[in-house]
Design a protein around this ligand. Structure first.
Ligand SMILES: O=C(O)[C@H](O)COP(=O)(O)O
Ligand SMILES: [Mn+2]
Ligand SMILES: [Mn+2]
Length: 559
């Protein structure tokens, strides 16, 4: 029994033993796609993953990792780490942030909730600031949601609105920020016609300004703070579209890494610093890259950088980003309630867990895996190890990242005899894939494959079981394609590099000396997705999954 009185005990699996060590590997951004020169996984030497594939269909298969299979609004929504790891860890499909915000905007309920009422108290006398990612990527935010929020806020009495934009180029094509800024400017102009003083106040590229995660590099958040709150930035412009175009014209500039800028009036004064009495909404729905800015905006005690001036504001997140920290305390839309995750169940059933990744993906195998909850369920049963990521570089510079270090930690944990589940995220395919650098992504894929080998060798030694899968696609397709799958060319005849994730399915492979010989993938779940993995893993630990979990992918046949 848990402290809540809920019975966490899982029934025994009728045929599968307990106590095996399971090496659970999530290859970030590793999908399955046609083999051509833009499929970096195909081009790279990946002998380990190639050999696992030979186990198809009994020990290797594909699972869905995008769209409705992971709780996203439509089948056109690519997968991402948050929804992917949520599904992997929780074993059920939850309507995710994107969908919940859509519904709250469509019904108008977003404007009736506690969070909006709270920020609304500032509208009469002060400014409403909206900070977030400006794109239609649908991973962290969506421009159409921002536009509806702007419209709704003005109808609800906001008289002065300032938007602090972060340019994308990571979940969408590089260069698309100009078009998004034009759309936003157009809507702001319409609001001005209606008498609302609405304009863009600051900006910067998401990877250089504000949207760091897992405390990898606080200077990123500080740059945002300086521009958004203090109104200070190295670049000053009168207009955001002009700002983006000018900064993009610099050598090697791109949307992800645009330097911070502020918009100034005719006298050179910033148009939108955040001051006492103002309201602030961070309009991203996804949690990981909002937690740090939320801390800076909300916490009285804060020592990560010198905030210089800390305005007394009414702050709300689009969602609550961390259910354990209750951060932020005010929010516009209830987050999905991802409860009874597999990690929590397993701690109550005697399964000791080790989880590891490097900083940039650490929260993926812990926080996202556990339903957007930070910390341990039971610190006697779990150990989470974070390997510090390189900071201040783009990962095409060091595409091997910390794959070997992660694998060696996993190997040691497997050999230690202290854990039944050893779970890692190998970031390479994804983090390097996002840079759009094809050569580097090929190196990244090879590095991830080598790391898998280290872990599988350790599993072999202890007579364990491996489960190798991924959270969504990325490195398997590095080019934007037309409907027939041909690479699309831009105006100058160059291929259009795809920095984003994809809609592709991902592999899952099982094996190892500890796997009962009759275990194989069922044939009756052709459209199985990431949410089916949790029950599968519970089975391999020797338990039946809870009845409301998506069904297990495996069956045991008598040989
Ligand atoms: O935040 C990011 O880096 C991208 O927008 C999505 O990548 P992830 O979902 O793999 O983290
Ligand atoms: Mn991912
Ligand atoms: Mn990614």
């Amino acid at each position: 029994m848990g402290s809540s009185g809920f019975d966490w005990k899982l029934p025994d699996h009728p045929k599968l033993p307990k106590g095996k060590v399971i090496g659970l590997i999530v290859l970030d951004g590793w999908g399955e796609a046609n083999a051509d020169q833009y499929n970096c996984i195909h081009v790279a030497e990946t002998p380990v993953m190639d050999s696992l594939k030979k186990g198809a269909p009994e020990r290797w298969r594909l699972v869905r990792a995008h769209g409705t299979a992971v709780g996203l609004p439509t089948e056109d929504d690519m997968g991402n780490s948050e929804v992917g790891h949520n599904a992997l860890g929780a074993g059920r499909i939850f309507a995710q942030g994107a969908k919940l915000v859509d519904a709250a905007l469509a019904s108008g309920k977003i404007f009736e909730g506690e969070g909006f009422k709270y920020v609304k108290e500032s509208f009469e006398t002060n400014t409403l600031h909206l900070i977030g990612l400006m794109s239609d990527g649908g991973v962290h935010s969506r421009l159409d949601q921002l536009l509806l929020l702007l419209k709704g806020a003005s109808e609800q009495g906001a008289k002065k609105i300032r938007v602090h934009i972060l340019t994308d180029g990571r979940d969408v094509l590089d260069g698309s920020s100009v078009g998004f800024a034009e759309i936003l400017e157009n809507d702001l102009a319409k609001l001005r016609e209606k008498g609302v003083d609405a304009q863009i106040a600051s900006g910067g590229g998401r990877m250089y300004v504000t949207m760091d995660r897992y405390e990898n590099d606080w200077s990123v958040v500080k740059r945002g703070w300086d521009a958004q709150v203090l109104g200070e930035a190295p670049y000053k412009f009168k207009n955001a579209v002009e700002a983006i175009k000018t900064l993009r014209a610099e050598p090697n500039a791109n949307d992800q890494y645009l330097p911070p800028f502020v918009i100034v009036d005719d006298s050179g004064k910033p148009v939108g610093p955040i001051v006492d009495g103002d309201a602030v909404v961070t309009f991203n729905f996804r949690a990981d890259r909002m937690v740090m800015i939320a801390k800076a905006l909300e916490y009285a005690d804060f020592d990560k950088f010198d905030r210089v001036r800390v305005p007394k504001i009414r702050y709300a997140g689009m969602l609550q980003y961390d259910g354990e920290l209750k951060l932020p305390s005010h929010y516009l839309v209830e987050p999905p309630e991802i409860d009874r995750t597999s990690g929590e169940y397993l701690t109550y059933n005697g399964v000791r867990t080790f989880a590891c990744s490097e900083t940039v993906k650490f929260g993926h195998v812990t926080f996202f895996w556990n339903g957007n909850r930070s910390g341990y369920f039971n610190d006697k049963m779990e150990e989470y190890v974070e390997i510090p990521s390189d900071s201040g570089i783009t990962f095409n510079v060091r595409p091997k990242m910390k794959a070997v270090e992660i694998a060696e930690k996993a190997r040691d944990a497997i050999l230690s005899g202290k854990f039944e589940q050893v779970r890692v995220n190998l970031p390479n395919g994804d983090m390097v894939g996002h840079t759009g650098d094809i050569e580097a992504t090929i190196v990244a894929c090879k590095a991830a494959d080598e790391a898998v080998k280290i872990i599988l060798d350790a599993i072999e030694k202890v007579g364990g079981i491996y489960v190798v899968t991924a959270d969504h696609g990325n490195a398997e397709d590095m080019v934007k394609r037309n409907k027939t799958g041909q690479p699309l060319l831009d105006k100058s005849g160059n291929i259009q590099i795809l920095t984003s994730h994809t809609l592709q399915p991902v592999p899952i492979a099982i094996g190892g000396p500890g796997l009962v010989p009759g275990v194989r993938f069922r044939k009756d779940l052709p459209s199985g997705g990431l949410a089916n993995v949790a029950a599968t893993v519970m089975n391999l630990h020797g338990f039946q999954a809870p009845s409301d979990y998506e069904p297990s992918l495996i069956e045991v046949v008598d040989n």
